[in-house]
Design a protein around this ligand. Sequence first.
Ligand SMILES: Nc1ncnc2c1ncn2[C@@H]1O[C@H](COP(=O)(O)OP(=O)(O)OP(=O)(O)O)[C@@H](O)[C@H]1O
Ligand SMILES: [Mg+2]
Length: 450
Amino acid sequence: MKKPAILIVDDERNTREGLARALRRHYEIHLAESGMAALNVLDAHPVDAVLTDLRMPGMDGLTLVRRVLARDPQPVCILLTAYGNVETAVEAMKNGAYDFLTKPVNLDRLEVVLKRALESRTLVATNRSLRQQLDEKYGMEQIIGESGPMQAVFDTIRQVAPSRATVLIQGESGTGKELVAHALHNLSPRKKNPFVAVHCAALSDNLLESELFGHERGAFTGATEARKGRFELADGGSLFLDEIGEIQASTQVKLLRVMEERSFERVGGVETLDVDVRLIAATNRDLRVMVEEEKFREDLYFRLNVVQITLPPLRERRDDIPLLLNSFLHQFREENGRTLEGFTPDALEALNQYRWPGNIRELRNLVERMVVLSRGDKITLRDVPREVREGGDGKKTSGPLAGAVSMEQAEKRMIEQALNDNDGNRTLAAKQLGISRRTLHRKLNEFGLR
Ligand SMILES: Nc1ncnc2c1ncn2[C@@H]1O[C@H](COP(=O)(O)OP(=O)(O)OP(=O)(O)O)[C@@H](O)[C@H]1O
Ligand SMILES: [Mg+2]
């Protein structure tokens, strides 16, 4: 088989030649001493990977990466940087570089990174024609939105999904952070490997540690058997750390170390384990504020925040509300075998006006309830719960109808409300609910309401 071709770009001859010597056995090597020279080489010899220094006279590595990635076919780019320039390297990853290594280069690490980079490239190439389908099937099709802010989110997802850059997803509750995490994984060459999620808030500090890193037998009381942690389980794939803002100081330190060294030990273990994991973190807190308040380590924040995706609250992308309403209507109509035609204009108006403090989750739940409870052939203003119709600051709806109440509870609430609205007059209440007086009567008995 033909050796993969690599272009090494560095203004220092010693580095160039040292790297060439180390890689010659497995790769076809090309050399360039500047960014411009590199572009000339690429015109003559398309390569599979570009390994470039960051700081060079003339065109710097960052600019070179940008120009290389604008070409076709695209080699993978790996940056070499002095320790103090990590920020710029991170910037390069935002621009599509695959990874970076700090100087002096550890040759073993370089081999590993190169190998993975080239594998990811083969996958990306074979998948390119499938990209469209992938996009539709497992990636972004699930994420509804056509507004400007969502288009920007989609662009970032497409751009960063293929690399192994760490992504921090921020946004209020219910804005779709988990959907985005899945899309990032499903649109990456890691897709066929595991997507492992950890809900950091759900576990105590100690438990979280052994959950993440695993433990050896006898590491603590109750550890009767050795167990793999989520980092190990996610090897080759993606690890999703949900609610990252909730992790305690000692776990923050450990996490930072894994991110810096890409290796760790199981709790109670001595063997150092090496894994290839892409980290995706999410939080509904403002981590920067937490850093200022010294509740979150700044160095960890910096490591996590390589690429940031901030999901807008629904009230800041109101253009998407009708689209979301209709999509969920279709979905739940199908599921419930209903033949609803749509929303009446006044119902739509009320739903458009509402503040949606629970964001898409709240909207989705509400559409489901309305589909199930509505009695006509359209969803009318009557089907819209009073809290939503009356709007206000929307805070009240984080109560009974916004949370995870059962259908039965929701129905009961609506009936109580209708009775209340009509001073206990059942005929009027039934009319408001769009059901017959008899049905209302039956439901009152069912729910034990008087
Ligand atoms: N843009 C969207 N298109 C379609 N469905 C969405 C969208 N955003 C969110 N949802 C749906 O809303 C619900 C909540 O989404 P998700 O769990 O991703 O939110 P989250 O940001 O992780 O919230 P939390 O901070 O509470 O965990 C899910 O049912 C999800 O499928
Ligand atoms: Mg979530």
